[in-house]
Design a protein around this ligand. Sequence first.
Ligand code: ADP
Ligand code: ZN
Length: 745
Amino acid sequence: MPARPGKHRDMKDTPTVSARTRVSILLPLPLAGAYDYAVPASMALRPGEFVSVPLNQREVIGVVWDAPAEPDPNPVPDRRLRPVSAVLPAPPMTGSLRRFIDWVAAYTLSPPGAVLRMAMSVPAALEAPTPQAGWILSPPGGNSRPRITPERQRVLDVMKAGQVHAGAPLAEAAAVSLSVLRGMAENGLIRPALLPHRSRFGRPDPAHPGPALGPEQEAAGAALRDRVAARAFGVTLLTGVTGSGKTEVYFDAVAECLRQGRQALVLLPEIALSAQWLERFKARFGVAPALWHSEVTSRTRRDTWRAVAEGEAPVVVGARSALFLPFPDLGLVIVDEEHETAFKQEDGVVYHARDMAVVRARLSQAACILVSATPSLESLTNAEGGRYAALHLPSRHGGASLPEIEIVDLRRTPPERGRFISPPIVEAVTATLGRGEQAMLFLNRRGYAPLTLCRHCGHRMRCPNCTAWLVEHRAQRRLQCHHCGHAEVPPAECPECGTANSLTAVGPGVERVLEEAAALWPDARRLVMASDTLPGPAAAAEAARAIQDREVDLIIGTQIVAKGWHFPHLTLVGVVDADLGLAGGDLRAAERTVQLLHQVAGRAGRAEAPGRVLLQSFSPDHPVMRALVSGDLDAFMQEEAAMRRPGHWPPFGRLAALIVSSEEEREADRTARDLGLAAPGGEGVQVLGPAPAPLALLRGRYRRRLLLKTRRDIAVQPILRDWLARVPVPNHVRVQVDVDPVGFL
Ligand code: ADP
Ligand code: ZN
């Protein structure tokens, strides 16, 4: 192993030759740090350049990293260094992205190479793009007179002198096969030629006419334009009721960024559901933005990565991983629906994209805008403390009113036996459909029923790999685990007592609500919107179109219906189980329930007709229900803050979770106990646990949790590093670090 972790020597006090011949290369692998390599005399390397280097028996691609601040006390001797093999023909990684990678690694306690891997997710983009060949007309003249068939004539009619035509579109335009083109080339009528490089990404036009902003919108837009024009870092929290036009307002900031000639990045929590957003962007700027998420094809990913690096994609809209794209001059980062937990990446490098967006903007001297109708307590607290600027849009666009929210007390007006929709909602839906308007039933649970049990012996169907009940998906005749993907056909007999036909569904999922709705409103055109019924962006876009074009009367959906949709004909929302998110001891359960239900409610009444929302609840006096009915979310958040402040809970203190897991329960317990014994302490530092995780078994691994809680002025990273360094962890035990956890399963 010739290359061990080592560091670049200080340029000043080492001989120049040695300084120039040694370089740190960060590899996209979970190693402790950068490796040293020798620079061949023929090569001049600058930090950021992509290079190919030998590692053991293979060649890997890495990035020339910056010299560390402190020289390595034990560097690998020069004579044992292996040389860099080649420099790749790609734009070098910018200093701001390199610093971002180092920052994310240090903050999340991840190996820098694991973070680098997210910035190098498209290795093919590092190769020089292959120029595409097409056809051009041969100059007139020549001695032979080839035969001109009608097909050939059509091709000649389509082609313009001096212009290179791509083969497939040319053949299509002339209604001939590609072999006709080849034949013409053999006869000298046309010649192959290289197509000029043309970016597939159009330039969004900031001057393209957009909607005229209302006075409140214009004031907010002007403030945002100023922030972008300042070409400096700063965060603005843009809040406003649902339907107030926040998107139109931040488009103004995007336009200013384009005028500044810098790039803009917009993060959306669920990019697969962005169809309506993309339409609006096109309407505002004339062309579509570049799109970045896991479902775009690898070819498009390569082109997009390359276009971003070359500054040819002025606006990117994407999922959290878009933060690691190689923008050479990022001027604006927007996080829409900033309160969404979907911004937290839970595996691999565990990071919160909203928080890292702020860091990325700071390192790029860019403006950052966090947007939400229901902002997180974290962002509200930052705004209150003056760290973020705050802008608020108080009313809906076009005079639309906010929907009226009422509670249906399930203790007084319960549904009929075996049903889940109470009489008040049945009546309201019937009346709404009767007026020719749309209604929505919301239940944040996929499938038919969350629990299947034996009527005879009480046995419950559970996942063999997880601490979880199996969820029935009746349409697919499956019992599914929503954590590990385990699925089985529902057995005919109880696996415990053997009684036939004794298994019964307990509780509702959206499929069951659909079944009930079909019986209640047989003539209504119904559509289920759940992540498993709308797989992928195309299906979601089609659903949104069908709703907008009034091809649907009744929508039945899970949390994906809460995400920013604009359905102008929807006037009634019925929430089947408003208490659902409140169970369990999650720190943010109340905050999250308010955010989710307020967002769902906000889908109603967005055009002329007023909206109405009915929440079914067993606890109408719960602060969450009261906040939703009064619409006074500020007061609710103040109460939340008052509850969290004294105990130093986030955002008034810091948390980091350690999740210990192993296939051997005893091993998980032993390591968790060792960590508990070595737990840090002292003023303002506290460790809770170890305790079995709520998901004590997940994908066949036993899980234990510890939670480090510190005062806000105490950083968790040095404490964690020191703690973990003192406890040996056996090979088959994993300790996952989750700084600022949002999930506690
Ligand atoms: P929010 O993001 O605050 O929920 P949106 O930006 O989605 O609100 O706006 C709600 C609806 O009102 C959208 O259909 C949007 O196109 C429309 N809208 C908002 N502002 C204007 C405006 N100034 N002129 C025309 N339409 C607008
Ligand atoms: Zn499972």
